[in-house]
Structures are given as structure tokens and as C-alpha cells.
Design a protein around this ligand. Structure first.
Ligand SMILES: Cc1ncc(COP(=O)(O)O)c(C=O)c1O
Length: 414
């Protein structure tokens, strides 16, 4: 059927796209002609290729193109085929899924884990499944979009209350916890609702981290459950790269308490393919199997990805020195970028946002950097607030000092 611009959707979509283009905010997808690594091959408009250093991937440990990770995926594909062509509770689960979930639990220091096709799906499964009417969900204002949407879903399906607390502001969170009874939550009554406090471990646009110890203390005071999405913390935070909880000494056996549930991704440091998980007590995983809509009505993570991700976590546990290399690279890059006269948000993570203000400016700078052989993405509204556009530089253990020097050289030319 021929597309016409007379129906409401067609007309308004054309107008939106034209507006984005006119404002210099139109996103163009780059076509890669080879694997993700410290540098990538990008297809140019004329069909030729050019090589660029990659500083915008979440390939923090350089495992996305690791030979063992690739081989594990190939072996999985050969042995199990593409998939079960159904959901897990109907058609069964491949053994690599069981192995991956045990590996994730061991890595995170939790009793169990359950995997999904993405961390987005894990967050969409967790809140609507775990929350019940009468519960209250408190969420950091800079939480990732999939946490926000998962909470919206819980609010709409389970009719639980939700509130947003100011970014990393424990005093604001306390006041919201104190006023929980105003929302109908009576923790001492006959049907006490559950309070949930939800935060990113590492905030993806700022690169800063949540004060998990402070959050744990507050949660304990108010009987709240603490849920942490540590998608950018895996492979990055803590001595052995287990995440932000390791950074704060909150692995099992630590004296500062633990996180109740985690969500995380396998699509960044832990192999870089795709996939997400919920990790925590076994009763949570069991409830997800019984009641989670994405687990009851959607297929499992492809088995080849499950095999690659298991291998990636094994490599991380075997070679914790990768985490130190990443840390050294990040410290060096921060120091060099700052010395070149740019304003970089300080943090202990591998995300170095260079604040440039205007969205169109961030996009133009990113375009110029690519011409100079450096791939860094500019983020603007609506991904970050209006006026706070930035170039988000992300480091990897795969980078060398020479790569970082080249990045800084290109930044100086802007
Ligand atoms: C904090 C956070 N959570 C979840 C996700 C989504 O992960 P996935 O790609 O596995 O859906 C991202 C991805 O950008 C993220 O930054």
C-alpha cells in the first residue's frame, strides 16, 4: 500500500522528523563493518570504509570481540540451534541458561538469578511482578528510562504508589519515606505494604554512583527493599568488577548490609551481546518464573548469547586485572581531557561526560570528531535535560595510552 501523508500519524511523524532535522538533532545510525573493539570500521556515505577509535561503547572490558567469547557462542549455536521457538515454561530451558544463571549468581554474590532478552525487559518484569497494591516505589530522578517505564507499568498494573526523590539526595528520600503513611501505606497495620527504593548503581549519563551504604541504612530504618540496576557497574566497579556493591564492601559477609535485588545487563561489559538479569534471593527468581509477564509470554535469551555471556563472566573472574587496566585508562583520560581545557564530570566510573550545553552543538562536535577518526557520541535532550548536552566519552580496557592521546588530540582540534 502506498504511504500517504494525509493520515494523522504520517503527517505528525513527518513534521517531528523535519523539526529534528532543522534543529540539527536528527540521529544518524552509523553502519559498522566489523566487530566492536578499541577501534571500529565505519561505512561512509559513499560506501567506502574508514577506521575510527571507539570511545562510545560500553565494551568496558574489551570482551565483545574476545576469541573465547566468540567461540563459546559458536559452540552454543552448533549444539543447541537457534532457540526453543517458545517460552521457557512451555518448551523447557537449555542447560546453558541454567549455567549462565548460576554464573551470574556466583559473580554477583546472590542466591539466584534469572535472565531475560535485555535488562530493559528485566526491569519491566521486576516491578510489576514484585509490587502489589498498597506498595510504594521510590525512584531516583536520574534513574534509567527502563526503570522509569518498569515503575510506570507497576503503577498501572498493580496500582501501587510511586514517588521520585531528588538525585542521590538521602534527605529528600528520608522525607518521602517518612510521609509514606500519607500515601495510605501503613507499615504497622494489618496489611503492611512494601516500600521499594530503586536506584541505578552507576548513573549512565552522569557517570556518578549511588551511595548504596546510605541507601541501605535508610531502607533498613523504614523496612524498605533496595533494588539496584548496576548495568554500568558490572566489570567496572569494585576490585574484581562485581559492581557498585563491591565498591562499597557490600558483598555477602560484609558488615554494611546487602542489596536486596539487582538488575543488570549482559549487553555492556559482560560480553556485549544482549541480555539482562534479575539477581537476588531465590524466592524472587521463583516468583518471576511463576508470574513475570515477560517470562510467561516471551522467549528466552538466545542460547548463543547465553554461552558467550557465561564465558565473558568467567574471563572477568579469571582476569580481574582487566578491571585495573580500565581504571588506569579512565584516570589517565580524565586527567588528559581536563588538562586540554574541557569540563569533565568527576566520578569513579568509566563514563566521562564532557559538558557542552546545547544539543545541536554536542551533535556537531561528535560529527567533527568522527571526521578526525574518533567515535564519540553527543547526547542531548530528551536523553539528558535541555541545556546539559554532552559528549559522553567511555573508556575500555581495550584502549591503549596511544588511543587516549589520539582522542585528546582530536578534542583539542575542536
Ligand atoms: C542503567 C541501565 N539499565 C538498563 C539498560 C538497558 O540494558 P539493555 O540494553 O540490556 O536493555 C541500560 C542501557 O543503556 C542502562 O544504562
Amino acid at each position: 500500500m502506498k504511504a500517504t501523508a494525509t493520515r494523522p500519524f504520517d503527517a505528525r511523524t513527518d513534521a517531528t522528523l523535519a523539526k529534528l532535522d532543522a534543529a540539527g538533532q536528527y540521529k544518524h545510525l552509523q553502519m559498522l563493518q566489523g566487530p566492536m573493539d578499541a577501534s571500529v570500521t565505519i561505512r561512509k556515505a559513499d560506501g567506502s570504509s574508514h577506521r575510527a577509535l571507539c570511545f562510545c561503547s560500553n565494551n568496558y572490558l574489551g570482551l565483545a570481540n574476545h576469541p573465547e567469547v566468540i567461540d563459546a557462542g559458536i559452540e552454543g549455536l552448533k549444539k543447541y540451534g537457534a532457540g526453543t521457538a517458545s517460552v521457557r515454561f512451555i518448551c523447557g530451558t537449555f542447560e546453558p541458561h541454567e549455567r549462565l544463571e548460576q554464573t551470574i549468581a556466583d559473580y554477583m554474590g546472590t542466591e539466584s538469578s534469572y535472565t531475560f532478552v535485555s535488562c530493559w525487559t528485566a526491569n519491566e518484569a521486576l516491578y510489576p511482578t514484585f509490587a502489589e497494591p498498597g506498595d510504594l516505589i521510590l525512584s531516583d530522578e536520574l534513574n534509567h528510562a527502563c526503570i522509569i517505564d518498569g515503575i510506570r507499568l507497576a503503577h498501572s498494573i498493580k496500582k501501587c504508589a510511586r514517588k521520585v526523590y531528588k538525585h542521590s539526595d538521602l534527605a529528600d528520600l528520608r522525607s518521602k519515606l517518612e510521609s509514606a503513611h500519607d500515601l495510605g501505606l501503613d507499615k504497622d497495620g494489618p496489611n503492611p505494604g512494601q516500600i521499594w527504593v530503586i536506584t541505578d548503581g552507576v548513573f549512565s549519563m552522569e557517570g556518578d554512583i549511588a551511595d548504596l551504604r546510605g541507601l541501605r541504612k535508610l531502607c533498613d530504618e523504614f523496612g524498605a527493599m533496595l533494588v539496584v540496576d548496576d548495568s554500568h557497574g558490572h566489570g567496572v566497579m569494585g576490585k574484581t568488577g562485581r559492581g557498585t556493591h563491591e565498591h562499597f564492601g557490600m558483598l555477602p559477609g560484609g558488615s554494611d548490609g546487602q542489596v536486596d535485588f539487582f538488575t543488570g545487563t549482559l549487553g555492556k561489559a559482560l560480553g556485549g551481546g544482549a541480555g539482562g538479569f534479575i539477581a537476588g534471593p531465590k524466592r524472587g527468581s521463583e516468583l518471576i518464573v511463576q508470574r513475570g509477564r515477560p517470562t510467561l509470554f516471551s522467549n528466552a535469551l538466545p542460547v548463543t548469547v547465553a554461552c558467550s555471556a557465561t564465558k565473558a563472566i568467567e574471563i572477568l573472574m579469571r582476569e580481574p586485572q582487566r578491571v585495573q587496566t580500565l581504571r588506569d585508562n579512565t584516570a589517565y583520560a580524565r586527567q588528559q581531557i581536563t588538562a586540554a581545557g574541557f569540563e569533565v564530570i568527576d566520578s569513579p566510573t568509566a563514563i566521562c561526560p564532557i559538558i557542552v550545553g546545547d544539543t545541536a552543538r554536542a551533535i556537531a562536535m561528535s560529527k567533527r570528531l568522527l571526521e578526525l577518526g574518533v567515535f564519540v557520541i553527543g547526547f542531548g535532550f530528551p536523553v539528558v535535560p535541555e541545556g546539559a548536552a554532552r559528549l559522553r566519552v567511555q573508556l575500555s580496557a581495550a584502549h591503549t595510552r596511544a588511543h587516549i592521546d589520539e582522542l585528546v588530540g582530536a578534542l583539542k582540534k575542536l
